[in-house]
Design a protein around this ligand. Structure first.
Ligand SMILES: Cc1cc2nc3c(=O)[nH]c(=O)nc-3n(C[C@H](O)[C@H](O)[C@H](O)COP(=O)(O)OP(=O)(O)OC[C@H]3O[C@@H](n4cnc5c(N)ncnc54)[C@H](O)[C@@H]3O)c2cc1C
Length: 415
């Protein structure tokens, strides 16, 4: 009988395992695939994610081999604004771009170094129930089926979360969700220290397309090029993301030198469950982390950091449950998530509902792009880098909106 079984070895599962192993617990991670494995992603790490990686002792390894990013370049209506990552008392002022093939292996290996057991090529098939409580999982490992028993189970199986669904988790359809697609191209600007975001993407005929385009330099001769959109946008249900991707690659700024006919791999896409849209996030003997809990930030589609952060918070309450022998500690998890993210996510949901109106979105970006300092506040809010200690213009603006959000009913955007 193990202390904890973690289903899924991506950012959320690996971080949970790292922090549990650090605290001295017996934790087993089952990962369906074998590292290094691909994961469809923009590969962008913000300062919040860098802090989590540094706390897990990984920043030197990342800095040595991967491209450091100074900030975000936003492009809209023919205007370009470069915004360095802001100064912050807790978070660094830089990010990185790291292909998930490399990043996820690195973090999973760090969990193993801390003492976790990692079974790769091992799929959790179904929960084991003991008197109605989850007590492990039946897994398929090297072709054979076996039972892995554990006091507690952490569900970290990503956006589709089949294992989570089998325990009754469900996404609230009144919450927004995202959809994104990406591929890689060769580029002479592969080591540009800025990630780039296009806020008004157009097709080859100049017609506006729903969604944001991104170009994230990877530093290895290639760039990650993708486009994402939200369920609050027009055409959400009927949009063809392959078409969006093809148009974006064909119209992206020429200096990147993209040959739209020569992606390095076929574009792949995925869903982005956001704003804490999946519930329940805990049961008497299980917790749900990362995309499986819908943890992505709706403002910017960032999910790696939130996977690390929810994994760490889950490890924290499990540590308490295991050291005190009192499983009631797990109930603290949902409260902690609410305290950390609930209001911020409510503001974000209001924001994504507003920008679902194309005319409003156009007007907001048109006004925003006139002012470097306004866009810098927006970046601070959207990347969740508000300062706790001082009240600058971004903090003041956010505080005002949050005060309104607190009294408004929950926003609803069916998808
Ligand atoms: C196109 C796209 C671009 C994105 N760009 C960014 C970005 O630039 N920056 C950012 O921060 N976020 C980005 N995201 C979001 C980010 O990819 C996710 O939020 C993040 O991967 C969540 O981590 P996770 O550990 O919760 O889930 P995952 O990374 O999906 O990991 C889940 C793991 O569980 C394993 N698994 C699943 N089922 C089982 C099972 N039954 N048994 C065993 N193992 C199982 C899977 O193989 C996988 O390894 C993007 C997402 C998409 C789709």
């Amino acid at each position: 009988m193990h202390d904890v079984l973690v289903v899924g070895g991506g950012p959320a599962g690996a971080a949970t395992a790292y922090w549990l192993a650090e605290a001295g617990h017996d934790v087993v991670v089952v990962e369906r695939k074998t590292f290094p494995r691909e994961k469809t992603c923009g590969d962008g790490l913000t300062p919040r994610a860098v802090k989590q990686l540094a706390d897990m002792g990984l920043e030197d390894a990342i800095a040595r081999d991967h491209l450091r990013i100074d900030g975000l370049r936003a492009i809209a209506h023919g205007i370009t604004i470069e915004m360095p990552w802001p100064e912050h008392p807790v978070y660094p002022s830089h990010g990185y771009v790291v292909r998930r093939r490399d990043l996820d292996q690195l973090v999973a290996e760090q969990a193993v170094k801390a003492g976790a057991t990692l079974w790769q090529g091992t799929e959790a098939l179904a929960p084991i129930l003991d008197r109605g409580l989850v007590a492990g999982a039946t897994v398929r490992r090297v072709g054979a089926t076996e039972e892995v028993e554990a006091r507690y189970v952490v569900i970290a199986d990503g956006a589709n979360s089949r294992f989570g669904r089998s325990l009754g988790t469900a996404r609230d359809r009144t919450y927004p969700q995202g959809m994104a697609i990406r591929t890689y191209y060769e580029s002479p600007l592969h080591d540009d220290p800025w990630i780039e975001s296009a806020l008004d993407v157009r097709d080859r005929n100049g017609a506006a397309l729903p969604g944001y385009g991104w170009i994230f330099p990877v530093g290895d001769g290639t760039i990650n090029v993708g486009i994402g959109l939200l369920s609050t946008f027009r055409d959400w249900k009927s949009v063809n993301t392959s078409h969006l991707m093809a148009e974006w690659a064909a119209t992206a700024p020429a200096r990147w030198g993209i040959d739209p006919d020569r992606p390095l791999a076929p574009p792949t896409g995925g869903r982005l469950p956001m704003a804490g849209s999946v519930s329940p996030k805990s049961g008497p003997t299980f917790l749900v982390v990362g995309d499986a809990s819908g943890a992505i930030n709706p403002f910017n589609g960032e999910g790696i950091d939130y996977a690390y952060e929810t994994g760490r918070l889950a490890a924290d309450v499990l540590d308490e449950a295991l050291t005190t022998g009192n499983g009631m500690a797990l109930q603290r998890y949902t409260e902690t998530l609410d305290r950390e993210f609930r209001l911020y996510y409510k503001v974000a949901r209001l924001f994504v509902q507003l920008i679902g109106y194309p005319a409003l979105m156009r007007e907001l970006t048109r006004v925003g792009m006139q002012s470097q300092s306004l866009m810098e506040w927006v970046l601070r809010i959207m990347a969740n880098l508000l300062r706790p200690d001082e009240l600058g213009p971004a903090e003041a603006a956010y505080k005002m909106v949050a005060a309104i959000a607190r009294v408004l009913p929950e926003p609803s955007a069916a998808s």
